[in-house]
Design a binder for this molecule. Structure first.
Ligand code: FAD
Length: 460
């Protein structure tokens, strides 16, 4: 049995004891969920309004997806941009992409204003592509980025790759060519199946440490109007015309607005006293996937990086429309009290959580997942130390996928007392941060333009 052991949780130095809600309470805004989405939503709401805020976390801060992810900061959707253009039109899709990229600056602002020390490494990251379809799809995305006025992602294609001549002429200015071996060097692989590579800004951060540090700042800075309760699962959400109430343990929290930052819709019900019922359809629209990762510690011989590898056959388990891929990060890591190490993490294999089934963070990590990752690393990552590698960390986390793969941020159309900043969707650090800022703008009554993140009416 391998325990679920995340390096991000391992690095948390919690000194705060868990204080559950012990009486009825009221607040202008109640935020449910203490992952990065909930805490950043609290940050911007407290900073930019005078509202009182109460935050309720079922377990402990940052112990959900935020504490069990791959810790890679990246700005892509887990869906081609071209599909978002088809669904929403060019303007909205590009605006959505721009919003996600704007979260880099928001993270900088938060770190500076709250004087956070969580290390954040920025660098050019790479994505290895191995089929003509993948290359074409990314070129199409790049074409839309160009048309929409976004900086294009740099693409290089191996000179020796025969199929290169089939790339449409219209895309010729969107890629360059280099010797195959140089491209493989960038991808840190000896696997000659990779024929093209994208290069774009990426980063690495322990999002749990960031979240934990930020909550420490909020608790101290806003003592007069912010309260935090951990070990406080919300069981019921009742919406009325002017406010709503939450059933938490044996108590009730009444708030003018309720913001769900719960990643999905597990273990609570929503009832709407002034309009159509909204919970059932919505509940079932978030699909759970368990992502598995492994990490090993090595001497600090190489700079931080993030590389995604798209193998040739990559139909996603249980979802022929999705694409599976492996992702690798390498970053400096404090080990045995010394900062002279790197942590190399890789993930990719997933299991679908059947509808209605319970996910538990304490479930053991299965050996077959570690073996899949180990096999992948050995045949794709040229710096892998070899067969005897000991994985110091093996962990899994739950990703809630919205049907269209886009995070939901905004008012519930059937009752605006309720708001959402949720839907982890595999890549969620930047979207959660952007979502937190947008929620605070909505709570201030600011006019915001329609966006691809707007929740739609589930009753229609
Ligand atoms: C395996 C995996 C790998 C990932 N890799 C990356 C990556 O490399 N890059 C990236 O950008 N994103 C990645 N993500 C996604 C990213 O981690 C998430 O999108 C992000 O952390 C979401 O944060 P959140 O606050 O929305 O959710 P969470 O961190 O899950 O927080 C939700 C919180 O709500 C609480 N909660 C739920 N229900 C209730 C309730 N009823 N009452 C009170 N509290 C409740 C939970 O206990 C939890 O703490 C990955 C996710 C996983 C699982």
């Amino acid at each position: 049995m391998i325990p679920n052991n995340s390096p991000w949780i391992h690095q948390l130095k919690r000194s705060r004891s868990v204080v559950p809600l012990n009486a009825n309470a009221t607040a202008d805004v109640a935020i449910v969920g203490g992952g990065i989405a909930g805490i950043v939503t609290a940050f911007f709401t407290l900073r930019d309004t005078n509202k009182t805020v109460i935050l309720l976390e079922a377990d402990k801060i940052a112990h959900g997806a935020t504490g069990h992810n791959a810790g890679q900061i990246t700005s892509y959707f887990e869906r081609p941009l071209s599909e978002l253009v088809e669904e929403f039109g060019l303007e909205l899709a590009i605006d959505g992409q721009r919003s996600i990229e704007s979260a880099w600056t928001l993270i900088d602002q938060i770190m500076e204003e709250a004087d956070l020390r969580t290390p954040l490494y920025r660098f050019t990251g790479y994505t290895g592509l191995s089929s003509f379809d993948q290359v074409l799809r990314h070129l199409k995305d790049n074409h839309y980025r160009e048309e929409g006025g976004l900086q294009t992602e740099a693409m290089i294609v191996a000179e020796e790759w025969e199929e290169r001549k089939n790339i449409p002429k219209a895309y010729a200015h969107l890629y360059g060519t280099v010797a195959h071996k140089d491209m493989l060097n960038l991808l840190e692989t000896n696997n000659t199946g990779y024929v093209a590579s994208l290069a774009f800004q990426k980063g690495c951060m322990n999002s749990a440490l960031f979240t934990e540090e930020l909550i420490g700042y909020l608790v101290t800075k806003y003592q007069d109007r912010f309260s935090l309760y951990e070990g406080s699962p919300v069981k019921t959400v009742r919406l009325k015309g002017a406010d709503g109430s939450l059933g938490v343990l044996a108590h009730t929290v009444v708030a003018g607005n309720i913001v769900l930052c719960t990643n999905g819709f597990e273990h609570f019900s929503i009832s709407n006293e002034v309009g159509p019922e909204i919970d059932t359809a919505f509940h079932h629209s978030i699909a759970g996937r368990i992502g598995y990762m492994s990490g090993y510690v090595e001497p600090l011989d190489n700079p931080p990086t993030a590389v995604s590898y798209f193998p040739k056959t990559n139909e996603r388990n249980g979802d022929p429309t999705g694409e599976s891929y492996f992702y690798l990060t390498r970053r400096p890591h404090e080990h045995e009290g010394k900062n002279l190490h790197s942590l190399v993490c890789a993930g990719g294999p997933e299991k679908v959580l059947p509808n209605g089934a319970d996910y538990s963070r304490t479930h053991a990590y299965t050996e077959d997942m570690r073996d899949i990752i180990d096999d992948f690393l050995r045949s794709n990552y040229s710096k892998h130390p070899g067969p005897e590698t000991k994985y110091a960390f093996c962990w899994h986390g739950l990703m809630g996928y919205t049907p269209n793969g886009v995070r939901r941020v905004g008012f519930e159309p059937c009752n605006p007392v309720l708001l959402y900043n949720l839907g982890c969707n595999g890549v969620g650090i930047l979207p959660s941060v952007f979502g937190g800022k947008r929620i605070s703008e909505l709570l201030q009554g600011k006019e915001v333009s329609p966006s691809i993140f707007d929740p739609h009416d589930q009753t229609i």
